[in-house]
Write a protein that binds this ligand. Structure first.
Ligand SMILES: Cc1cc2nc3c(=O)[nH]c(=O)nc-3n(C[C@H](O)[C@H](O)[C@H](O)COP(=O)(O)OP(=O)(O)OC[C@H]3O[C@@H](n4cnc5c(N)ncnc54)[C@H](O)[C@@H]3O)c2cc1C
Length: 389
């Protein structure tokens, strides 16, 4: 047996998981396909309170928060309907409802922290692309390519955190995918009126549009449309894009005055079930890829990473990746991941359909929710900690 744990993918979830294991005394190798110098596309990630707590335990929160924007309130509305809901940090008795960080900064902070823990036992290999996995009764063989060489490594436990991007044929696991027929256009925008660290989620018949505070002056835009329309929007000249956005979003922030870093992401829901096989576990986006409507994907994936590290911590080294350990891990995650997927899909299905009666109910629902502080507190608890708490 070469290694105790091999992690496929050093994105934010894989890196956080490696960091959680770094002081465990286990031999851990992370295989990351990217070259160390490869640039990543900047985009906003809204972090929940559960992520804040986990990232604090991993010792990276102070570096992260130095470049994060707090979310002090969330305004939820629907285009063309009367209902709206305002969630505020005060209703939750908390200083913020979450934080917005850059995906690039998040990855860099986790990688730097991991770099400081690298030893003979904990290794991170860049430019290492995993090609296939062969789990068996004793462990799992991971075949990968690095610098033109075909290599393999054996692990007692292999953890797939490749974002669901590459390893589709894992023996014993089924991947289900549903294309939403939507793309998210992300960008950074400036507005005429100050955002005062309020996030906006506005539902429209084509899909939601979200604006998150990025820093004191800028906001991160996530505009969901059909793939064709999103591509057209990406190509529009700035002045036209800004006026289309104003028309689509409404007047709440005045005019949009600048836009930068436009990028597109096709949207789908995907899941791997079960998320464990003998000597193998799948975590993060590789286990469940969600629509960004509720900003839950990374938050859920980070809880996968943290809970798996906790399961490992209570397992004798000889039983790592065994049936009992993986069954305990699966049980600990079932409610949270299932709930997160159902909730997100419910929002997509309910708020992206142009059915007149449904529209009336949605408006009434948002208006009613606005008056019910306990219901808002319940919703925020679920958004902050998932279905486990
Ligand atoms: C528009 C948009 C907005 C979002 N907003 C939010 C939000 O506000 N809040 C939130 O919580 N989530 C959000 N998400 C979801 C979030 O981005 C993902 O959940 C998160 O990035 C998942 O991290 P991951 O590490 O699992 O996967 P990834 O970030 O995809 O990382 C996977 C890593 O694996 C590596 N890799 C891939 N294949 C291989 C291979 N064969 N061998 C080795 N390495 C490999 C890749 O190079 C990459 O580094 C959003 C997503 C989108 C698209």
């Amino acid at each position: 047996m070469n290694q105790h744990v091999v992690i496929v993918g050093g994105g934010p979830v894989g890196a956080a998981f490696a960091l959680a294991l770094a002081d465990s005394g286990l031999e851990v190798t992370v295989l990351e396909a990217r070259q160390v110098t490869a640039p990543l596309a900047s985009r906003a990630i809204a972090l929940s309170e559960s992520s804040h707590l986990i990232l604090e335990r991993l010792g990276v929160w102070n570096q992260l928060v130095a470049n994060a924007a707090p979310i002090r309130s969330i305004h939820i509305s629907e285009n063309g309907r009367f209902g709206r809901t305002l969630l505020t940090a005060e209703q939750f008795n908390h200083p913020t409802l979450g934080y917005v960080v850059d995906y690039v900064h998040l990855g860099a902070v986790l990688e730097q922290a991991l770099d400081q823990k690298l030893t003979q036992r904990v290794q991170l290999r860049y430019g290492a692309t995993v090609q296939s996995l062969q789990p068996d009764a004793e462990g799992c063989t991971v075949n990968f390519e690095q610098a033109g060489e075909s290599l393999s490594i054996r692990a007692q436990l292999t953890v797939v955190a490749d974002g669901g991007r590459s390893i589709n044929n894992i023996p014993g696991l089924n991947r289900e995918t549903r294309d939403y027929g939507q793309s998210a256009l992300v960008a950074r925008v400036r507005t005429e009126l100050p955002h005062n660290f309020m996030a906006f989620e506005r539902f429209t018949k084509n899909g939601p549009v979200a604006l998150l505070p990025w820093n004191a002056d800028e906001m991160a835009l996530v505009w969901v449309e059909t793939p064709e329309k999103a591509e057209q929007l990406r190509q529009l000249i700035d002045v036209r894009f800004l006026s289309d956005l104003h028309q689509h979003f409404g007047d709440r922030l005045g005019k949009f005055t600048s836009v930068a870093h436009r990028n597109l992401f096709p949207l789908k829901m995907a899941s791997v079930r079960p998320a464990t096989a003998q000597h193998l576990a799948v975590i993060g986006n590789a286990a469940q890829t969600l629509h960004p409507i509720a900003g839950q994907g990374f938050n859920l994936g980070l809880r996968d990473a943290w809970e798996l590290a906790q399961s490992i911590a209570i397992t004798p080294h000889a039983e790592l990746g065994g049936v009992a350990m993986l069954a305990q891990y699966s049980r600990s995650r079932r409610k949270d991941t299932g709930g997160g997927m159902l909730f997100t899909d419910f929002l997509v299905q309910t708020f992206s359909k142009d059915i007149p009666m449904l529209g009336g109910l949605r408006g009434a629902g948002l208006a009613a929710l606005d008056m019910l502080v306990p219901a808002k507190q319940y919703l925020m608890r679920k958004m902050s900690f998932g279905a486990q708490k």
